[in-house]
Design a protein around this ligand. Sequence first.
Ligand code: TXA
Ligand code: MG
Length: 354
Amino acid sequence: MENTELQTQLLPVDSRTPDPAIIAQAGQILKDGGLVAFPTETVYGLGGDALNPDSSRKIYAAKGRPSDNPLIVHIAEMEALKPICAQIPETMRRLAEAFWPGPLTMIVPKSDLVPKETTGGLDTVAIRMPDHETALALIRAAGGYIAAPSANASGRPSPTLASHVMEDLQGRIEMILDGGEVGIGVESTIVDLTGEVPTILRPGYVTEEMLRRVLGEVQTDPTLMQKVEGGRPKAPGMRYRHYAPKGTLSLVEGDAAVVTERINALIAEAASEGKKTGVLCTEETLAEYHADVVRSLGSRADMRSIALHLYRALREFDTEGVEMIYAESFSRDGFGQAVMNRLLKAAGYTIIQA
Ligand code: TXA
Ligand code: MG
């Protein structure tokens, strides 16, 4: 571990039209092998030069992340693909046309240009073109390729605000570009294109249904939505206890009215044991709970709002020192699959049937 603390610069940027002087300064840091956290449409990323093995090593060190967990390479133009891919499958071209720039990451065989440090030792590389002007400008200023995991300390919820990045990485990286709150709030959909059938390794805003409309056949890694005995998620990062608050989180599923009643009973029980309690709920039920900390994610009818506020709420439970957290469940349809995947992981797949 390095014992020299870095002076982390926090610079505000207009996310749509970032100041070119700030982008140039941040790009130079990346070219020199330093680290810059930046906003994307999904979550904040911790950027380093993807083609520089030392930068990737620094990313792992700053996050405290195991170095067998590969990073996503971010690009700003289609022309950037060829140099880093051993081959570009037809499926990749079709998905890029439909969803890039956007919240979709594709896994393909890598070329020798991409160091193994960036891909966690794998022969494949995950690639994404973000839909965010600041991110795109920074990628160009850095020379075209930024490796960026989510800019949280390993094991913590991904950052949706620059203040979350400060909380986790201050003193460990050179710069944070503060472009305000992100737009989506959960990480990109990851699809593996190296097998016979395109396979979703992490659900996100681009749903299975949307991918199927472009590709026909698509499958989802079965370990994502339930505990599979002896099953291991194919994306290394999905194996770690991730997205999880420090307290114990349980998901409660069932009819709305019964769920509220059950959660209140569980809270009463935990409180009687002297535990600090929390509830993760929706606008519709906010007034009905009696926990120490009650957080609404937005209206149940608006899955985008639920997703956007999820990680922030999980972090707030940590700040407040909540020990027992009970969360309402959501539909697993469409974008709900991504939200439920993150909640299930945060809960260690514990579901209480109300
Ligand atoms: O939305 C996002 O994707 C954000 C923003 C910053 O772009 N990035 C992000 O990166 O979520 P990260 O490192 O937190 O998650 C990357 C995931 C991990 O689960 C990792 O294991 C998986 O992608 N991954 C990366 N390369 C892979 C590969 N070659 N094969 C399988 N899984 C891979
Ligand atoms: Mg992450």
